[in-house]
Ligand binder design. Structure first.
Ligand code: ATP
Ligand code: MG
Length: 434
């Protein structure tokens, strides 16, 4: 035998039954998004490296050390597996001039790639669902997006998720804050770790995001950006809060919340939980009014968020939310392969009525005139499938033009016969009782 090939470290296969939970989450999201009039977009997984370097900022964790970047051997292009999707969505919106007739509300789902140390809630291929509203400057859209995420938690039955809010103001306000921040950190240079020293002049705001425990007190005492906000930025922030309050959405102001990308301004937010260890952020977002321009588009405001699918599902599991169990409604037991053509056309009828139908299949080749496995083993499989009913296509019944229906869940194995000609009516009755 050849040597086994295994998956790339930090990149996971998604298999049943877990895949059913993913599809359930995705369908909940699709349904919810349509309720807010957000439309789906799908952008490529590979983008020009320059998009992320320019869009996310050179001195960010992602661009400095997490990107899967490579040169296309065939034409020398510098490419990157997308570490997030906002930059790609913005590129697409600009490239296709989507904002020509006003703002757009969009959402996406898909894999992202970051070369990080794999651990619980942190993978090298992971999945995000994101919502972006482009072309709208108002605080009400920031609030709408937060309400949308909040509604998703409610719909999924997710609990113990806190909302943290901050405002990063506008570039001029940030410049003033930045100067104050540099002065403050310079005064305490001996307390800065290597990372922070390197970022002191390149990106001091990022220092506030440090996870180094020995720098926490220092960072807590740093000048806060909120104190540098002018009246317009403050009014924007207050309007977001007023709308959330009117909707009963609780939040905590967190002046240290800066987010991992450089493209944010004004509102930023995160939904966090204490139940996932140190990977506690399940969703993050904010306003990015200057990114479109940076990527070469006509200046236009925008705001959005992204959630980590693995973390949301892990948290649901942690909280005992079971999600759907996808079992068949009907398991078809086929004593003789000879009857397969008629059996299979009957099963097609049941499926057209909306029933989930699993047919018994033997491990070997089904030869007409021979059995498809002993009745005992077929019934065992039927039970294990979780189906509520077994349909038994016995030779005698079929000669009479009938099929036997046996209840596997309720009624202690009650069984009765139905004419093959009226099996669709039975299926419809069952379907409407589900
Ligand atoms: P963290 O601080 O945990 O590294 P982040 O700020 O890098 O998160 P974002 O870039 O804001 O994360 O991505 C949005 C969401 O995507 C995160 O809140 C998280 O739920 C999820 N996420 C980010 N990186 C990973 C990863 N490597 N594996 C799994 N999920 C991730
Ligand atoms: Mg990160």
């Amino acid at each position: 035998m050849s040597e086994k090939i295994t998956a790339v470290k930090g990149m996971n296969d998604l298999l049943p039954p877990e895949s059913a939970r993913w599809e359930w989450l995705e369908s909940q999201v699709r349904d919810l998004m349509s309720g807010y009039a957000y439309q789906a977009v799908r952008t490529p997984i590979v983008e020009p490296t320059a998009l992320f370097v320019r869009g996310l900022g050179e001195v960010t964790d992602i661009v400095e050390k997490e990107m899967y970047s490579f040169e296309d051997r065939l034409n020398g292009e510098a490419l990157t597996l997308r570490p997030e999707a906002t930059a790609g969505v913005v590129r697409a919106v600009v490239e296709h001039n989507l904002l020509y007739d006003g703002g757009k509300r969009l959402y996406y789902m898909g894999p992202m790639f970051r070369h990080e140390r794999p651990q619980r809630g942190r993978y090298r291929q992971f999945h995000q669902i994101g919502a972006e509203a482009l072309g709208f400057p108002g605080a009400e859209i920031d609030a709408e997006l937060i309400l949308l995420a909040h509604a998703l938690w409610q719909r999924l039955g997710l609990q113990h998720v806190r909302l943290e809010l901050n405002s990063l103001g506008q570039p001029a306000e940030r410049a003033q804050h930045r100067a104050a921040l540099i002065a403050y950190f310079e005064n305490h240079i001996e307390q800065l770790d290597e990372d922070a020293r390197r970022r002191l002049h390149a990106n001091p705001l990022r220092i506030l995001d440090t996870k180094n425990p020995s720098m926490q007190t220092l960072v807590e005492g740093a000048p806060q950006l909120l104190q540098f906000l002018g009246p317009e930025s403050l009014a924007h922030f207050q309007q977001v809060q007023a709308i959330l309050q009117a909707n009963g959405v609780e939040f905590r102001l967190n002046p240290r919340l800066v987010r991992g990308m450089d493209y944010y301004n004004l509102t930023v937010f995160e939904f966090v939980t204490d139940q996932l260890g140190s990977q506690g952020t399940i969703c993050g977002g904010g306003r990015y009014d200057y990114l479109i321009e940076q990527v070469g588009g006509k200046p236009a405001p925008a705001v959005g968020w992204a959630l980590g699918v693995e973390r949301v599902l892990e948290l649901l599991k942690e909280q005992g939310v079971a999600g759907p169990v996808l079992t068949p409604d009907v398991y078809a037991i086929v004593p003789d392969a000879l009857s397969l053509p008629l059996v299979m056309s009957t099963l097609e009828q049941l499926r057209r009525c909306g029933l989930r139908v699993q047919m018994h299949s033997p491990a070997g080749v089904a030869v007409p005139g021979q059995g498809m496995g002993s009745m005992k083993s077929q019934f065992k499989k039927a039970d294990a499938s979780g189906a509520r009913h077994a349909l038994i296509f016995g030779a005698d019944e079929m000669l009479r033009g009938e099929v036997t229906i046996k209840s596997l869940r309720d009624g202690e194995g009650a069984q009765h016969s139905v004419a093959l000609a009226s099996v669709a009516e039975w299926a419809q009755r069952l379907q409407s009782s589900l």
